[in-house]
Design a protein around this ligand. Structure first.
Ligand SMILES: Cc1ncc(C[n+]2csc(CCOP(=O)(O)OP(=O)(O)O)c2C)c(N)n1
Length: 630
């Protein structure tokens, strides 16, 4: 195994071309094996194996700074930079992260998880380098999907004017998670398919044929022929096109799986001065039949059987699927309803909607901000837009929800998927802030359904609320609750009303969303020990059910709230603010996620660690009740 000998990129740089090819195979095998066990971003990482090898081969990392956008495609980078042995722990609690982390490795120049930050980060690092008069290369690697986000163009707009020297590698696989959308990816695509690509391919092949004469080692070849390579590659520049207009030197497109093309092109473009871009074409899922065939499905895969790609566990009905079905039911009845996604039709459960109502489905690409403002525009014209975005990515649109939607009292519906703990994807993906960042917005209503059945009603509530924005948030996966009726007509909730689910006389728990289910289980545990807990489902985080809270405060000396949001500014905080405003001094304890970034690990592990599993909730309450009885 060549891989066993690669402890860091210095070892890599000693290999010859043939060994690099073998190494690429070994890395691919390792990625497929580990992801089949742990789940993870399979297709994207398989597509960048040669690119990762070539980058570390040509650049002097970690002195030269390599910045991966999103970081989901960087498994080979991790394997090559001292994490091969630990790779088995990928995404597991205490193991290595599925994304990039500065504290995990000196080779992870800039942490990521959310898309499209790499160009601005690279620009900043290059600016700092110049100011400090240091000398190293800065290279950002970004996918074509991530080029659909406005943040990228804000960086591109100023890069050339600042004259900062940094390099972009555009990793173009013609896919986002799903099929890419919009004019910009189409433009890249045109470069690939038109005569320029064929022309450049021919020139690269000619060049490589020449390089191979004499059986020179690839490292020496590059140095020796770099002046010639530059001459040839310069010939590949697509004149006057987009990037050139922005002040970038554009080279490409080149085949991102062919070391013969990649190594000289990278070497050459890395030596250029000023802002420059190398356009590399790769295949998502490369080297794994089922991932190549269905890159969307294997973009982020649950553990699968390695031979077939079939999932190891059959997935239960999820909140996401229920949402997808529920919005179609509503859309059948009301043609003003439109659905909006930001590059995640499948992830948000909208794929069927898109097929059934293509005219009423809008995918804005990785452009959460534009998606929300466009929804506001649609609401101005009397449509009923439902914006389905993961809780964590909605953070991108915070100002738009305030300034464009809520301030104008526009009835936009926000379906916040992946709220609370998402698990193995970790801190960049947990939805542990939405109750806090939404709750402070005037005029919005916020619901947290605890079951798929309630989610259908929450959507109906949000659509019937026409005085301003309405949001509901729900986690990854399903509630696991039995006997749900998902065929009855959805009925709007009375606004701002929760429900008592269980009677008791020792204390009360008020739950938000699926944490109510953990609260009910905790009450069962305590019941067996002789404590009688009442449990309510708040349903609404805003407006609060003040009547229910006052009732709890009157009947119980102690109240607990439970939520899978950060403790700062979440549901419990709202309940305590309300109790304080009424000068009620009952003791209300808040069980919530801490004021911290939550690491990666399985949801069960994280709920337990942070005191939100049924057992841990029961422990907290038992301890307090015993103390107050003593
Ligand atoms: C702000 C934000 N929105 C959505 C996502 C979810 N997401 C992760 S990767 C990805 C697609 C990225 O496509 P591309 O950059 O082409 O990379 P590829 O996976 O195709 O290599 C999306 C939409 C995200 N990470 N960040």
């Amino acid at each position: 195994m060549i891989l066993e000998k690669i402890k860091n990129p210095t070892d890599l740089r000693k290999l010859n071309l043939e060994q690099l090819r073998v190494l690429a195979k070994e890395i691919r095998q390792k990625i497929i094996t580990v992801v089949s066990e742990n789940g993870g971003h399979l297709a994207s990482s398989l597509g960048t194996v040669e690119l990762s090898i070539a980058l570390h081969y040509i650049l002097n990392t970690p002195k030269d700074k390599l910045i991966w956008d999103v970081g989901h495609q960087a498994y080979a980078h991790k394997i090559l930079t001292g994490r091969a042995e630990k790779f088995e722990t990928l995404r597991r609690a205490g193991g290595i992260s599925g994304f990039l982390k500065r504290h995990e490795s000196e080779y992870d120049t800039f942490g990521a998880g959310h898309a499209s930050t790499s160009l601005a980060a690279a620009l900043g690092i290059a600016n700092a380098r110049d100011l400090k008069k240091e000398n190293f290369k800065v290279v950002a690697v970004i996918g074509d999907g991530s080029m659909t986000c406005g943040l990228v163009y804000e960086a591109l707009n100023t890069a050339a004017i600042m004259g900062t020297g940094f390099m972009i590698v555009l990793n173009d696989n013609e896919m986002s998670i799903a099929q890419n959308v919009g004019a910009i990816p189409k433009m890249f695509n045109r470069f690939i398919t038109d005569k320029w690509y064929n022309y450049s391919k021919r020139r690269i092949e000619e060049m490589v044929n020449r390089l191979q004469v004499g059986q020179l080692k690839i490292g020496k070849e590059i140095v020796k022929f770099s002046h010639r390579v530059e001459g040839v590659v310069k010939g590949l520049i697509v004149p006057g096109l987009f990037f050139e207009e922005l002040g970038f030197r554009y080279v490409g497109p080149i085949n991102g799986h062919d070391f013969n093309a990649l190594l000289p092109a990278l070497k050459t473009v890395a030596e250029f001065k000023g802002p420059r871009i190398l356009h590399v074409v790769t295949k998502k899922g490369k080297g794994c039949v089922f991932a190549e065939k269905n890159p969307e499905k294997y973009h982020s895969a649950a553990p699968f059987i390695i031979e077939t790609g079939a999932p190891k566990k059959s997935a239960n009905l999820s909140f996401t699927q229920t949402f997808g079905n529920a919005i179609m039911e509503q859309a059948e009845k009301d043609d003003r309803i439109v659905a909006i996604t930001a590059a995640m039709p499948g992830g948000t459960g909208l794929s069927e909607f898109a097929k059934k109502f293509p005219q009423r489905f809008f995918d804005f690409g990785i452009a959460e901000s534009a998606a929300v403002v466009a929804a506001a525009g649609m609401a101005c014209e009397g449509l009923k837009p439902v914006v389905a975005i993961y809780s964590t990515f909605m953070q991108r649109s915070f100002d738009m929800v305030i300034h464009d939607v809520a301030l104008q009292n526009l009835p936009v519906v926000f379906a916040l998927d992946r709220a609370g703990i998402v698990g193995e994807d970790g801190p960049t993906h947990h939805g542990n802030f939405d109750l806090s960042y939404m709750r402070m917005i005037p005029g919005i209503i916020i619901m947290a359904p605890r079951s798929e059945e309630d989610l259908r009603d929450a959507l109906a509530t949000a659509l019937s609320y026409q005085k301003g924005p309405a949001a509901f948030r729900y986690p990854r996966g399903g509630s696991g609750l039995p006997n749900l009726n998902l065929t009855r007509p959805a009925v709007p909730f009375p606004i701002g009303k929760g429900v008592w689910l269980r009677e008791g006389n020792d204390a009360a728990i008020i739950g938000a969303g699926v944490m109510t289910n953990h609260a009910l289980e905790a009450a069962e545990i305590l019941e067996r020990e002789g404590f009688h807990l009442a449990v309510a489902d708040a349903r609404f985080i805003k407006p609060l059910d003040e009547e229910l809270i006052l009732d709890a405060a009157k009947r119980f000396r102690r109240i607990w709230t439970v939520e899978d949001n950060a403790i700062t500014g979440g549901f419990g905080s709202a309940v305590n603010d309300f109790l304080a405003s009424r000068k009620i001094t009952n003791f209300c304890s808040v069980l919530a996620l801490p004021d911290a970034f939550i690491e990666h690990g399985s949801p069960a592990y994280l709920y337990d660690k942070y005191g939100l599993s049924s057992e841990k909730i029961a422990d907290s309450i038992r301890r307090a009740l015993k103390e107050s009885a003593a």
